[in-house]
Structures are given as C-alpha cells and as structure tokens.
Write a protein that binds this ligand. Structure first.
Ligand SMILES: [Mn+2]
Length: 464
C-alpha cells in the first residue's frame, strides 16, 4: 500500500505527523519500530523499513515474546521512513490520539545484509509469509508474519527461541582448538558469528560436507555427510547417492552456522551448486594445490591463469585456500552442467600446463607430481566440495580462506597472513570480494570462441 494512501488519509497541515517522503539514501542497517497508539482503541503499530518506507501493521493487543501467542496484525498503509521517530498527539481526525515509541531497533533476515534482507521482506510480503530478526529492547529474536485469508489480516508470532536454544547447546567454549596459539572454540564461534552476514550468502542452499574436529586441530577429524539427527531448527536436504539417500546439512542462517561450528566443524566445505539447481554449479574452480611446491610458483601460475582469462574476457576471482594453495573461481550462474564446467576447466588447465610445464602438473597422484603445483580441475563435479570463502582452516594460526583482489596476487602474498584475527576488519574495509562469484555467469560459448581465436593467433605467430 503506497505512500499516497498515507497522504490521502491525513490532513498534514493540521497533524504534526511526518510528511509523505520516501527515504532516498541506502543505509547498512534496516530499522523497525513499534508505536503504542492510544487511538479510539489502543493498538501497537509495527513498522519495518523496506524500499525507503515503513511497511506497517496495526496489532490490537500488545506484542508478545511467548511463541505460543499469536497476535492479529492488520496491514495498513506504508508510512514514511521518518515516522520511525514520531511521538506526539494526532489531532481529531484519522488516528487521533497519542503515539509513543514502545520498542525500536534494527532488523535483518537470516543475518543477510540490508539490501538482501529487504529483498526477502518484499518477496515475503507477496508470498504472505515473512520472517525477520528484530533487535530491539523489548523484542529480540526471530518473528514471523503470516497472512490469513483476508488479505489484510496477518498473524504476528515469535519464533521458538532457537537462538536461545543454540546458545545453550553451545558447549565446551573454553576448549583450546589451537592449543599453541591459545585460540578456543569460543573464539571460533565468535569469529563465525561476527562474519555471519558475509559467509552466509556463500553457504546458503549448498549441501555441506562436515569435517568435525571435536578436540581441535591436533585431535582426530571425522568426515560426515549424512546428518540424521539434529534439533528442529536445523534444515537438511536429501540427495540420492548411488544406493542410499544422504541428508546433507544446509547452513542458511546464523543458528545453523553456529550449530555446525559447535559440532566441531572448523572448516566449512560446500557444494558448487545449490539445492534448486543441483546439477548446475554456480561457478567453476581451478584449485592450485602445491603440496610441497613453492608458493611463489602458485602465484606465478595464478597470474598466468588470470592473464589467459582476461584475454578471453572471462572474469575470475582468486582466494587463498587458507592452507597452501589458491582457488580461482569463474562465475557460471547455474547455467551449465557440471560436465560442461569440468570440460572447460580441463581445457584451461591444459593450456596453462603447456605454458608452464616446469612448474605445473595435471597428475592427481602426489608421488607423480615431482614437486610441481597440481592444477586440480576435477573438483568441478557434483558431490565435490570446496572450503568456503571466509571459512577457517584447521591449520596453525587459524588461517582463513580469503578472497583477494588480483592486485594482491603477487610476490609479496603470503597465504598464512589472513587469520580469524584480521579477517573481520578486512571485511569491514573491503566488503565481500567474492560476491561476484554468485552473480551473473559467463557465456561459455563466447569464452570458448575467444579461446579458439587466441589459440589460432598463437599458431599463426609461431609459423611466421
Ligand atoms: Mn496506529
């Protein structure tokens, strides 16, 4: 319901309510307010910021934090953004009575950033079902709005307090996961919680292959794909694999992220594709794996790959693996099959290997690699997983798989300089350099066309 309804209902010459203006500037947080409104009937007006206005509902009874209590919420006209601060008395006419702020604060959806949260709210409004995390003084936690048959009537319900229940099952916080560096499990949980809004878009809807280190990096590791028992707030996805069905964990919100970390998952390994398009990966990755070869060779090879991809107008995004290698991703936008992605990756790997035969190898077996860097393109297959961007590795100093600018991929780059200590501030400064890997994919046909032209030109040059 547009802001014009707001204007037409009021005589703003008489009322001191805010003018019908839309907020023009984008801010990094979304706000909510609940105003106690002593009109002819006392009610509570819930308002959520979206699209520069406040989406609004009138709730006839005081909102409750008891999940068993459902409050009727009548959707009303959008209010201007500045209404969030409004307190005072509305003169006789529409809404006459005093208004005071009952609660206010910020909100988001599943820890997403403001523009992504806003998108979720708008989609939820259309669908008739939305949820959001309120951070107010009185209301804190996840709330739902669910539309009833009458289009204007919704129910406002507090979600069962999984954030409280996850906080209580978080266990052994004092345990030193990195005994030498004195980094505890609590530190690890704190890191993931602080960067949740950056990592969650990269994990969302991707089946997770769990590597559990319940005793920290010096203890045993357990590999687990099938998650059969879990709390009710955890979501899994079932995938048929040969004879059996595997229930993979999905990490779509902060609670499930912390749940996984609490299981001892230091690292997070995700599929290249999402549940809605499982056969089609979102990106192709070349994994430069040195296993004893020098990191300066890894840098040289990465630069050569970048040069090649630039020449054929294919965007690419590097990140440290967090261990000793570099991952280079090419966005595919879930348009091509794994088999197409794998074939293209193989062509690229072969060209680079031919160019740098003395420092690269396509040999999978470590004993046959002769101290050269393995260009691993075989990860581009359904069921393979890769360390997610911003995930911590079970390595000394709690290193993090870190997206880089290409300019940073140079002689001075050391892969272990990015750790849980400095990534949060790097993210604040640079934002998510890996976001484009989830964006519009390349056109594979024109990439191959450009590659053919390039190879032909080289052939001609060699003949002359
Ligand atoms: Mn009202």
């Amino acid at each position: 319901m547009k802001l014009s309804h707001y204007k037409s209902k009021r005589n703003l010459k008489v009322s001191n309510e805010p003018k019908a203006l839309t907020k023009k500037t984008k801010t990094s947080t979304l706000v909510f307010v609940i105003q106690e409104h002593h009109a002819s009937h006392l009610h509570y007006d819930l308002r959520l910021e979206a699209e520069g206005v406040l989406k609004s509902w009138a709730i006839p009874k005081e909102p409750s934090i008891d999940p068993s209590i459902k409050r009727l919420a009548i959707q009303v006209e959008d209010h201007p953004y500045s209404y969030k601060d409004f307190e005072g008395t509305i003169p006789s006419g529409y809404g006459a009575g005093t208004v005071s702020i009952w609660d206010s604060g910020t909100y988001d959806v599943d820890g997403l950033n403001s523009s992504q949260s806003e998108k979720q709210i708008l989609a939820g409004l259309k669908k008739g079902s939305l949820h959001f995390t309120l951070r107010g003084k009185k209301l804190n936690g996840i709330f739902h709005l669910v539309r009833l048959k009458n289009k204007k009537e919704w129910l406002f319900i507090k979600k069962k307090n999984s954030s409280t229940s996850i906080k209580s099952p978080l266990t052994n916080l004092e345990k030193l996961y990195w005994p030498t560096e004195k980094i505890s499990k609590g530190d690890l949980l704190h890191y993931y919680s602080s960067i949740a809004s950056f990592i969650l878009p990269h994990l969302k809807d991707r089946p997770q292959s769990l590597r559990r280190y319940p005793e920290g990096i010096k203890g045993p590791v357990f590999f687990q794909k099938n998650l059969t028992s879990h709390p009710s707030y955890i979501t899994t996805t079932s995938i048929q694999q040969s004879e059996k069905i595997v229930h993979y964990l999905l990490i779509n919100n902060e609670e499930s992220l912390l749940y996984a970390v609490n299981l001892g998952c230091i690292e997070l390994h995700s599929f290249f594709s999402r549940t809605a398009s499982l056969e089609k990966p979102d990106y192709l990755v070349l994994d430069l794996d040195p296993k004893g070869a020098s990191f300066s060779d890894v840098v040289l090879i990465a630069q050569e790959i970048h040069k090649l991809l630039d020449a054929i107008e294919v965007p690419s995004y590097p990140k440290t693996s967090g261990a000793t290698g570099i991952h280079i991703a090419i966005p595919l936008g879930a348009k091509y099959t794994y088999s197409q992605s794998h074939q293209f990756a193989e062509i690229l790997a072969m060209i680079i290997h031919r160019k740098l035969p003395h420092i690269t190898t396509l040999e999978r077996s470590i004993s046959k690699r002769e101290g050269k860097v393995y260009i691993d393109y075989h990860q581009n297959n359904l069921g393979q997983t890769l360390a997610a961007p911003y995930c911590v590795r079970a390595k000394p100093n709690a290193t993090v798989s870190t997206p880089l600018k290409w300019a940073e991929v140079n002689k001075r780059l050391t892969p272990n300089k990015f750790t849980i200590k400095n990534i949060p501030s790097r993210l604040k400064k640079l934002g998510d350099l890996y976001a484009p890997t989830l964006g519009k994919g390349i056109d594979l046909q024109s990439a191959i066309h450009n590659l053919n032209l390039l190879v032909d030109r080289k052939k001609i040059r060699n003949q002359c």
